[in-house]
Design a protein around this ligand. Structure first.
Ligand code: ZN
Length: 547
């Protein structure tokens, strides 16, 4: 620990330490053709990038046959909780090991920066594991100060979560807002934006945002447009059929995307439609229509993009498969036989309607002592073990853990979809993840960026320069990061050195916590936090990026 601290100080403060990255293949993040050259780091910034050798006698890293790239920016992260813990490097280092230097966090309506000290509804926040450290802040600015005081491992860009603001204002109450409540939530969102949040996130499949009427989203979008900030949305549906719409003609995931694009068109807001995924094999064919919908919107002047990882599975919480009407009256509905029967009927029809069933839902961890043995099990297996129907098992997990059952949903995509998304110019890259304190891990926390590079190369989807551009410069521009994402003089020295020929994700269906191969060295603000075969980590290399 002491050693790490000393190294950080040498790397980031005082003496303006210089390090030369020598003879690498420089891919600068713009998408322009790479070239062999040198890059000199001074203090926390890039001092020089040159195709000519830079004369320098100090510390030098030989990058022969390696790519020197801007550090990868995670366009959709949930790391705002882990970063608020002092220590716990094991929760942070896996992201360093895959080359990630900056997180855009606070997504899906849930943002730790929007929590308030002493708030009576704190226990109702469910997208995160229980918060083991006291919340000592009561604004986004206070959260930023907390992070700066304890030290940050990575750079952080924050969104403020509409769902979290809703809960801190009035619990999970599903009823429409009064005029006063509406004014209060808009005031709080605006305050967070003024304190440096990059935008507002919604989680329209989770309580309480699932109850949010379009008019309220529109009002937030207008605020964001006025402030030149971004709107990110976890949509109302990611499957062909859902509880969110009655339409039988159009896939519901397409309707959900259109609903948000319409709001972006009306208000002119920048829209980031989060983690384009397709729950269930019967939802897969709609991917082409989704991408076409985005292309048409872009051609018509709407500023919309999306993001993806390259796994066929993704992280969520158990209530994501329950309909809004059922969630609107909890815990009472758990004990209402009519409601239970109706919701079970719906759940049992999932395989028929969307090609997604209880064999596709794997428990990462269920927050109740009686249920901990089920980490890593599929819902269908737990149902057999308990002797209940899978529907009843779902409700039992939801109730016992007060919705804190974290799941890994399988069958979100196939290779045809992944190829199309990686190749698509409206698609950024991300992890949508955190490292779990206990239980089964989401492979995206460990190998997401390596897997995108691997597929881009092996499946010949896009060039090295293009894939790096989308992971770095394009993402920096999307979220208005002023001096990051490119290898340019005066820019922050966030740098990932990797082996383009060897880079490979090492996760499998059963092993989901393995570091990738070929990510060789990582610098965050000039501080080297990964050295070829080992992550040294660092408790204070990162910075809060106020937008
Ligand atoms: Zn989400």
């Amino acid at each position: 620990m002491e050693e790490t601290k000393k190294m950080n100080q040498a790397g980031t403060t005082g003496s303006e330490k210089q390090v030369l990255l020598k003879n690498g293949f420089i891919v600068d993040g713009t998408g322009a053709k790479g070239f062999v050259g040198d890059l000199l780091i001074q203090g926390s910034q890039i001092r020089e990038v040159s195709p000519q050798p830079i004369a320098f006698a100090g510390e030098t890293l030989d990058c022969t046959d390696k790519v020197i790239s801007p550090g990868f920016i995670d366009a959709h992260s949930h790391m705002d909780r882990s970063l608020a813990y002092q220590g716990h490097e094991d929760l942070k280092n896996p992201f360093t090991a895959q080359g990630c230097t900056t997180f855009v966090a606070g997504n899906c309506g849930s943002s730790v920066g929007s929590l308030r000290r002493g708030n009576p509804y704190l226990s109702q926040i469910t997208l995160f594991e229980k918060f083991p450290q006291p919340v000592t802040w009561d604004s986004m600015g206070g959260y930023f100060s907390h992070l700066e005081q304890i030290g940050l491992s990575h750079n952080l860009v924050m969104l403020t979560g509409h769902g979290t603001e809703w809960i801190t204002l009035r619990g999970r109450n599903p009823n429409p807002f009064s005029a006063d409540e509406k004014a209060a939530i808009l005031y709080r969102l605006e305050e967070a934006l003024d304190q440096g949040a990059a935008g507002v996130s919604f989680g329209l499949q989770y309580e309480p945002d699932i109850f949010c009427p379009p008019e309220q989203i529109r009002e937030v979008a207008r605020l964001l447009k006025r402030k030149n900030k971004i709107l990110t949305v976890h949509g109302r549906a990611y499957s062909k059929i859902s509880g969110a719409y009655r339409d039988r003609e159009t896939p519901h995931n397409v309707l959900a995307l259109r609903e948000m694009i319409e709001i972006a068109r009306e208000t002119g807001v920048r829209l980031q439609y989060s983690h384009l995924m397709f729950a269930g094999t019967k939802s897969f064919p709609s991917y082409a229509e989704c991408l076409e919908t985005i292309e048409k919107a872009v051609a018509g002047g709407v500023d919309v993009m999306t993001d993806t990882y390259s796994y066929h599975c993704g992280y969520s919480v158990i209530n994501v498969i329950l309909p809004a009407w059922f969630l609107a009256d909890l815990p009472a509905n758990y004990h209402n036989p009519e409601a239970v029967e109706r919701v079970e009927r719906g759940l049992n029809r999932m395989p028929e309607h969307i090609g997604f069933g209880f064999d596709d839902i794997q428990i990462m961890y269920a927050d109740h002592p009686d249920l901990r043995k089920y980490d890593g099990w599929f819902l269908s297996e737990i149902a057999k073990d308990l002797g209940f129907s899978p529907g009843k098992t779902t409700l039992l997990l939801s109730e016992k853990t007060k919705s804190r059952t974290h799941i890994l949903n399988h069958h979100y995509s196939d290779m045809e979809i992944i190829d199309a998304l990686i190749s698509h110019p409206a698609c950024l890259f991300m992890t949508d993840s955190t490292v779990s304190v206990t239980g089964l891990q989401n492979p995206a926390s460990f190998g997401s960026f390596a897997l995108v590079l691997q597929y881009a190369r092996d499946r010949r989807l896009v060039s090295l320069e293009e894939v790096v551009h989308w992971m770095t410069g394009a993402t920096a521009e999307r979220f208005n990061l002023k001096d990051r994402g490119f290898l340019k003089k005066g820019y922050a020295a966030d740098i990932t050195v990797f082996d383009w020929k060897r880079v490979k994700d090492n996760n499998t269906v059963t092993q989901t916590d393995r570091a990738p191969r070929g990510i060789e060295a990582v610098f965050i603000n000039g501080c080297q936090v990964k050295h070829f075969d080992q992550v040294a980590g660092s408790a204070n290399a990162g910075k809060v990026i106020r937008i």
